[in-house]
Design a binder for this molecule. Structure first.
Ligand SMILES: NC(=O)c1ccc[n+]([C@@H]2O[C@H](COP(=O)([O-])OP(=O)(O)OC[C@H]3O[C@@H](n4cnc5c(N)ncnc54)[C@H](O)[C@@H]3O)[C@@H](O)[C@H]2O)c1
Length: 321
């Protein structure tokens, strides 16, 4: 049995990973500060299954407070840290870059410091497809240039990868940086596009969409992402950057059509120009993750949206308060 410390364990992706780690009999220490970036009651609901398991420990801590964090985990034997906690979101980072850099850069520095001081030499951290900047052609490969981030959020993830690489070089840590491509599914954050579209269509009967119908995203279902994360946690050798996407971009126009078909085809759609920070395309080359960890996403957008819709309807009283 291994002990995995998961930061951001109450969030969308983190809560799914914790459940899967517990299922395979790992011990989980989940660190989360339940910040109000979105309603903390949703994060509390995310972890109800985990809290039934005696191998699950919850620590309500802010990563930025390094001393408090260290004190709470000092005496624990930790085999691997999965670092998912962050201020996510491209557009919110344009509105509040300070919060992005505080949580993502200082928060990540706390984790690297913790690894060094507690001699934990295995770390997997969440990066993002946003590091690839604004591009019109794909697929995007891990070796591509990532020096032109389009938003503070993207910049914070480029920094995280560089910080991690320096710790690998200097202290010999084994580190995986996982570039997630637009993750969706049950528990998706309420401000993310698919969740917002579903809410507007079901609750408001009007859909405003920012961006061109031709712009496209490599939407990746959360269960596929979790498979990739578990594979990466088991990969303990050196420094790796891995794309975790679906490798099948879907245009915004097609995404909207799919949602309307499954909800209410009569809703009026209002298209507005894209916002600062938005990029025209994300498209993952996933061959490296396939080779190294057997990553093989299987959920298409139709099935994934149905599962998200099911969850949304079952939780609408919580989500619409
Ligand atoms: N969801 C996506 O499509 C996507 C895409 C690319 C990258 N990512 C990255 O994956 C990770 C998880 O994303 P998510 O969508 O699950 O987001 P989320 O907001 O649902 O989860 C993040 C969790 O981290 C916690 N947190 C934030 N700052 C913290 C701090 N300083 N100390 C302790 N806890 C803190 C939050 O309370 C939250 O529960 C993030 O690093 C995000 O940048 C997500």
């Amino acid at each position: 049995m291994r002990t995995i410390l998961v930061t951001g364990g109450a969030g969308f992706i983190g809560s799914h990973v914790c459940e899967r780690l517990l299922k395979r009999n790992d011990k989980v220490i989940s660190v989360d500060n339940f910040d109000d970036y979105y309603d903390p009651r949703i994060k509390r609901a995310n972890i109800t299954e985990c809290q039934k398991n005696s191998n699950y420990t919850l620590l309500e801590k802010d990563l930025v407070d390094y001393e408090a964090l260290k004190q709470s985990v000092d005496s624990l034997e930790i085999d691997h840290i999965l670092h998912l906690a962050a201020r996510p979101g491209v557009i919110p980072s344009v509105q509040d870059p300070d919060a992005t850099f505080r949580n993502n850069v200082i928060g990540t520095q706390s984790i690297l410091r913790l690894c060094r001081n507690l001699e934990i030499d295995r770390l997997t951290l969440a990066s993002s497809s946003s590091v690839y900047g604004s591009r019109t052609e794909g697929p995007f490969r891990e070796t591509d240039n990532v020096s032109t981030p389009e938003s503070p959020y993207a910049a914070s993830k480029v920094m995280n990868e560089a910080m991690a690489h320096s710790y690998h070089k200097v202290y010999g840590m084994n580190i995986n940086c996982l570039r997630f491509f637009t993750v969706y599914g049950p528990r998706q954050r309420p401000e993310m596009a698919i969740h917002t579209f579903i809410r507007r269509v079901l609750e408001e009967n009007l859909l405003t969409v920012y961006g061109s119908p031709e712009s496209a995203r490599d939407y990746t279902f959360v269960d596929d992402i979790v498979n990739g994360i578990l594979g990466a946690i088991d990969l303990d050798d050196g420094f790796h950057i891995l794309n975790l996407g679906n490798s099948k971009p879907v245009s915004l126009g097609n995404l909207v059509d799919t949602i309307l078909t499954k909800t209410n085809p009569n809703v009026e759609v209002k298209w507005l120009p894209g916002r600062v920070g938005d990029v025209p395309l994300t498209f993952a080359d996933i061959s490296k993750a396939k080779d190294l960890i057997g990553y093989d996403p299987t959920t298409n957008v139709e099935t994934g949206i149905e599962k998200l819709l099911e969850w949304y309807k079952a939780n609408s009283s919580l989500l619409n308060k």
